[in-house]
Design a protein around this ligand. Structure first.
Ligand code: BDR
Ligand code: CA
Length: 311
């Protein structure tokens, strides 16, 4: 089993990643879910995380709210992609049964990692603010983190031509994390756009017809609509779910060890992940960069995960 802390900003694809991680086909032990400002304000992301926990029955997993804004920059949100609530589409209670713990996400991350046997994997699927803050506040956690499996970056952008949303929102935090020396597996846009929920896939998932799969279908229908409106895409890339899928079955992906540096100064390139694919920098590789996904295996795993939820 792999112990994980899911640090997220749900977010349609964050929610779907939690659902995959919490399913019966998963070998992940969810130690905590922590939230960060990203897709929408952190309070809304927390509310969404709690609702998702109620839906999949994650009763004992602590949910802790984290950073309200990036380390240095002003907050920036992605309402046009995720809607005003951050999880538009399905109708959700405004008062989830589950409550967040009072501890701050950064404190919870520090406490869990310090008390661990160096066996906790951090899984950030939002801006990297909480993770950077934890590393800055308590550097002793750095050598104790087993691995960071994150969604962010890529060799092209979706927020600016150069930058992906999670990295752009807090590039200073991303720089701290990418330079920390902790082993990183990076799921950027190059690979997450291959995890594309097409209308055909959404129709197939609808056949499963349990409460969790129906919730996912509603999420995907909304997400696919905004992707069509904003990017002209046919289908919705479920970016964040690549992290959980990788931890459950690494054979779904192909990765290569490369140097990735975070741009924090460029006029047009702020928030870019500079991926040294041809090893021209001479800098020590710091990232396992995912570039290929086996679509049949990915959707096979995902379908089995949704089927494992019974009403
Ligand atoms: C990332 O940005 C968010 O909108 C998604 O949840 C995902 O984590 C994709 O760029
Ligand atoms: Ca996210």
């Amino acid at each position: 089993n792999v112990k994980v802390i899911l640090d997220c900003d749900p977010g349609h694809d964050d929610a779907i990643s939690i659902i995959l991680a919490a399913s019966e086909v998963s070998n992940l032990e969810i130690e905590a879910i922590t939230t960060v400002a990203g897709n929408v304000e952190v309070e809304k992301n927390t509310l969404n995380a709690l609702n998702v926990c109620d839906i999949v029955g994650l009763k004992d997993v602590p949910v802790a709210q984290g950073a309200e804004k990036p380390l240095i920059k002003e907050r920036e949100i992605a309402e046009e992609i995720h809607g005003d609530s951050g999880l538009d589409g399905p109708s959700l209670p405004s008062e989830p049964a589950k409550k967040a713990v009072s501890q701050h996400a950064v404190d919870l991350i520090i406490e869990k990692v310090l008390n661990s046997d160096n066996d906790i994997t951090l899984v950030p699927t939002g801006p990297l603010t909480n993770i950077a803050l934890a590393m800055i506040r308590e550097p002793k956690i750095i050598p104790k983190i087993k691995e960071i499996v994150l969604m962010g970056g890529g060799t092209f952008g979706n927020w600016t031509p150069a930058a992906e949303f999670n990295i752009y929102v807090d590039a200073e935090a991303a720089k701290v994390v990418f330079e920390s020396g902790v082993p990183i597996a990076m799921f950027g846009l190059d690979v997450t756009h291959q995890a594309l929920a097409t209308q055909e896939i959404i129709r197939e998932l609808a056949v499963i017809d349990n409460s969790v799969s129906n919730f996912v279908v509603e999420l995907l229908q909304f997400f696919a609509k905004t992707y069509k409106d904003v990017f002209g895409f046919e289908g919705a890339p479920i970016h964040d779910a690549c992290t959980a899928a990788y931890l459950i079955d690494p054979s779904i992906f192909e990765l290569k060890n490369v140097r990735v540096d975070i741009e924090t100064k460029g006029e047009f390139s702020y928030g870019m992940t500079c991926v040294d694919s041809l090893h021209v920098s001479g800098r020590v590789p710091n990232v396992n960069f995912a570039y290929q996904l086996d679509s049949d295996k990915f959707w096979g795993l995902f379908t089995n995960a949704l089927k494992s939820y019974s009403d």
